[in-house]
Design a protein around this ligand. Sequence first.
Ligand code: UD1
Length: 431
Amino acid sequence: MEALRIYTEKPYQLQGEVIISGAKNAVLPALAASLLTAEEVHLTNIPLVKDVQTMLTLLAELGAEYNLKKKSIAIRTKKILSEQAPYQLVRAMRASILVLGPLLARRGRAVVALPGGCAIGTRPVDLHITGLQRLGADIKIEHGYIVAEARRLKGAEFEFEKKTVTGTENLVMAAALARGETVLKNCALEPEVSSLCELLVKMGARIDGIGEETLRIRGVEELGPASHRIIPDRIEAGTFLVAAALTGGDLVLREVEPAHLQALVDRLTFSGARIEKAGRRSLRIIGSQEIKPQDVTTAPYPGFPTDMQAQFMVLMTQASGTSIITETIFDRRFAHANELIRLGASIEIQGDKAIVRGRTPLSGAEVVATDLRASACLVLAGLVATGQTTINDIEHLDRGYEKIEEKLKTLGVKIDRLKNNNNHRMGAKHE
Ligand code: UD1
């Protein structure tokens, strides 16, 4: 098991520039969308993270051939060779569920393992299933697999009971090749959903209402080749913004989309940081010596992202007073709180709320990461915890952050990757 160790002899003040990678949550649906056509899809600004590798392994099993060079990929599935997403891959990455819609739409059959339990709540996929059924699919659950069949999907109206990001993406992809018009209501507004729709339009899909809650998709007979640039990762960018706010640093983030970061920027500004545009695709943040406490509630986009909740909690441990963080998207997404407490934080969990009492000095210890964003939160904590902080099981971190330790090193952080740190208790296997 690999670990990261951060050495904090004196307080860091992060300084410098960091280039933000392409969004993990945008590249995964874009890669899945390549299954919808026999032609080549070309994507640029690919983040080289573990989840991309897992998706490529899955797509290769389904018949895709690809050429990944630096940060660009040309991917093509001339013929679908298998319609099965095996449990091992779905277990390693829930987003594997994104092949369900495309396989069903192009091949007429998809067999995808049910994702099962995970470290951040139950996370069902019932809305993916009911939505596809509404488009005419016949779906059964057999031996832990979703078995979906449809000779050709038929356009229909469907309203999501709850906003779901990958659920919206699966339905849009399926509807793109369905016969007739589909109207999807209460769609997720996340920029990654819009980015997928834009790629689909380039491939020949007919979609109206991109960026809105109601999407109208007029199905076409087939889709064709396209080129698309992956949008910047707003969660990676957000993690670095918090790192600067936490350490009173002065950072410039390059290759970001400031509009996608508004909810977080508002909260950080309220906490005392100064954030300004430094060019069209750059932001500068200057942290303040005093961090103000505040209450934050996660919500679907454009609200405060659940994927930034853990990182924001670290910041609040250093604020001068009490904050209440409410998690409304996923239940049990507070595993990181226990690890922060081990570093010296004062946090009390009451149902969906974390009451964080600041400011508490943190001191380094061995901690274990239980999911992707919890790992990022612990890395941030290591920046302000005195002495050594060792974050174990960083395979979670590698799923979604590209070269995080290299990026932190350029900002002045002393951080090492330990190849075989087995000296710790076991963490949860997957999120
Ligand atoms: C995506 C993101 C993930 C982020 C999450 C919420 C990707 C690959 N992952 O995950 O990083 O944390 O959005 O912003 O884009 N739900 C149901 N039934 C369903 C589907 C979802 O009840 O069929 C519920 C979930 O349990 C959760 C809420 O809807 O409470 C939102 O989940 P959803 O948006 O689907 O999350 P993901 O798409 O899995």
